[in-house]
Write a protein of this length. Structure first.
Length: 276
């Protein structure tokens, strides 16, 4: 099976003109601004009643007791008085920390860094470590969001590992529930992806080292994403497909609309997002 390093190169080549691969990168930002804190609504302060003119000294009066809330007609208990608004303890959480949608902007813009991801998702939820997917079974270095939570795990590989900057590939795999642009997610059937693309696309046959990888979106909607990133997918045959059906879905550059491809009921097993 093709390793992630090689597939990462494929992501950069999908639907990108050769001029876009020329050397030279936009200057990187040192930090990505933290998500905007939500402003809390406060109850308007009560307007003080104007003081009476001091004509004659009067004895102080005890404050009048508030009238009890009237019971609703027909009996029943009186409605309790509204409780005063309270300030949320610790302030509002960053919006990005609760999202599981990847966009080619914001925290995952091309100028993102390990530091900016730590700012957006909290430094306790990210680590820089080795991950699987290198050539010949070797390891790759990546920033991993939520490393101990399989459903929220997300791997980010950098073009500049020393600075941990300039996104190379974002990997959604395993049990991760992150969604990519256009609503792409793991477990999505081939027919749904074809519908999102708006037309058939090409992928490698399931007998190849790169089996199931998309190689050409054929100019469909998934060939160009807002924000300038590219996406490729790896499909695997469905769980109840016969070996005979798999043997028919072989070769290079298969078309997704082919009967032999549909017969293996492919589903998305890995999502790779990258920048040229």
């Amino acid at each position: 099976m093709m390793d992630r390093f090689t597939r990462g190169l494929l992501v950069g080549l999908l639907a990108v003109p050769s001029a876009a691969l020329a050397q030279g990168q936009a200057p990187l930002q040192d930090r990505w601004p933290a998500p905007t804190q939500q402003m809390e609504q406060r109850a308007p302060a009560a307007t003080d009643a104007p003081a009476e003119p001091a004509a004659k000294p009067r004895p102080q009066r005890r404050p009048q007791a508030q009238a009890p809330a009237q019971a609703p007609e027909g009996g029943g208990e009186a409605a309790p008085a509204a409780a005063p608004a309270r300030r949320a303890a610790g302030g509002a959480k960053p919006a990005a920390a609760s999202q599981r949608a990847i966009a080619c902007s914001g925290p995952f813009a091309k100028s993102a860094t390990h530091l900016s991801l730590a700012s957006a998702f909290d430094s306790k939820n990210i680590t820089f470590t080795e991950v699987d997917g290198g050539p010949d079974g070797s390891k790759l270095n990546a920033s991993v969001l939520f490393p101990d939570d399989p459903q929220r795990r997300l791997e980010v590989l950098w073009k500049d590992e020393g600075e941990r900057a300039n996104i190379n590939v974002i990997v959604v795999a395993g049990q991760s529930t992150w969604t990519a642009p256009k609503g792409l997610k793991l477990g999505m059937p081939l027919a749904a992806v074809e519908k999102l693309n708006g037309k058939p696309f090409k992928l490698q046959g399931f007998d190849q080292d790169s089996g199931g990888n998309v190689v050409d979106w054929q100019g469909g909607a998934l060939a160009s994403l807002p924000g300038g990133c590219n996406v490729t997918l790896r499909f695997v045959p469905g769980p109840k497909v016969t070996d005979e059906a798999k043997a028919q879905a072989t070769g290079e550059g298969l078309v997704s609309s082919a009967a032999t491809v549909k017969a293996v009921k492919p589903v998305v097993a890995e999502i790779l997002l990258g920048y040229p």
